[in-house]
Design a protein around this ligand. Structure first.
Ligand SMILES: [Zn+2]
Length: 282
């Protein structure tokens, strides 16, 4: 009897958890509305001031939920050397990256778009299409370090907050509040650059990109990868972008990032190399 009631209690708990998940979009928006409209925070590691309307725990919940859906909907690589390499890199970098509420997971998606993303909650996705550009383990570490840096610096939360402020400030308010479950999923996917066809570096602002480069460089160095591989990767990525043309070229003409990025990387390199030497000496 006791056993049965324990089972029932567990099922009830699971059900109530499920119904909470279903209510997540409205819970999240309600929470945002009930908090003061402005909430500025200082970004970790960089000290930048940010507008943040989303709490780390809500963000992590959304990240985990979205990642689960992506895994169900998209083709996932389940074996092989590429997957083993991704998990090795992920394991090493996650040990040096401070992400709140992280339950780390590294998934390789069968997708030719050269993209990668990290979501709050410690969920990282890499498309097979970026592997020809990363080429080796240190190249992949560059990408993973960079994407995790966006999460650590809460760039997606910043973008979501700006979007929400715009939506809540105008006619978008009722639409935002009445939104289907998919709306917040789309919000976080756009904020963290999931599913974009434009490639790994384009979803964020130039400032955020440079911050993520710098942080990512330190993460890869602390994880034992030679940070000098980062400059080589971003050079290959720039070449890929230049060759690809199309809408990419138009985007790059308004966001000319590649040369600035590589110059800034070179500036941060001595510190990262010193960090790398220290890690190796340990
Ligand atoms: Zn980026």
């Amino acid at each position: 009897m006791k056993h049965i009631s324990a089972m029932t209690a567990m099922r009830d708990r699971t059900n109530s958890w499920r119904s909470k998940l279903r209510q997540l979009p409205s819970l999240l928006l309600g929470l945002i509305l009930s908090v003061a409209l402005f909430s500025c925070a200082t970004a970790p590691e960089t000290g930048r001031q940010q507008l943040l309307l989303v709490s780390p725990s809500d963000e992590a919940r959304l990240g985990v939920q979205t990642f689960q859906q992506l895994k169900e909907q998209q083709k996932v690589v389940t074996r092989g050397q590429d997957l083993a390499m991704l998990q090795r890199v992920g394991e090493r970098i996650s040990q040096v990256a401070p992400v709140p509420n992280a339950r780390w997971e590294f998934v390789l998606f069968e997708d030719e778009a050269p993209n990668a993303f990290a979501l709050p909650g410690g969920k990282v996705g890499v498309n097979t299409g970026i592997l020809p550009i990363t080429q080796d383990e240190a190249g992949l570490a560059t990408v993973i370090g960079h994407e995790i840096a966006h999460v650590v610096a809460r760039h997606g939360a910043e973008r979501m907050s700006h979007r929400l402020l715009v939506e809540l400030g105008g006619a978008g308010l009722s639409a935002a509040l009445g939104a289907e479950a998919g709306a917040n999923r789309n919000l976080i996917m756009q904020a963290y650059g999931v599913g974009t066809q434009l490639g790994v570096m384009l979803p964020y602002s130039r400032t955020q990109e440079l911050v993520a480069d710098q942080l990512g460089l330190l993460f890869m160095a602390r994880a034992g990868y030679d940070p000098r591989a980062a400059a080589a990767f971003w050079n290959r990525f720039a070449t890929y972008n230049a060759r690809r043309g199309g809408p990419m070229l138009e985007f790059l003409s308004t966001h000319p990032l590649d040369q600035r990025r590589i110059a800034e990387l070179e500036r941060s390199m001595p510190q990262a190399v010193a960090e790398h030497e220290r890690t190796r000496a340990r």
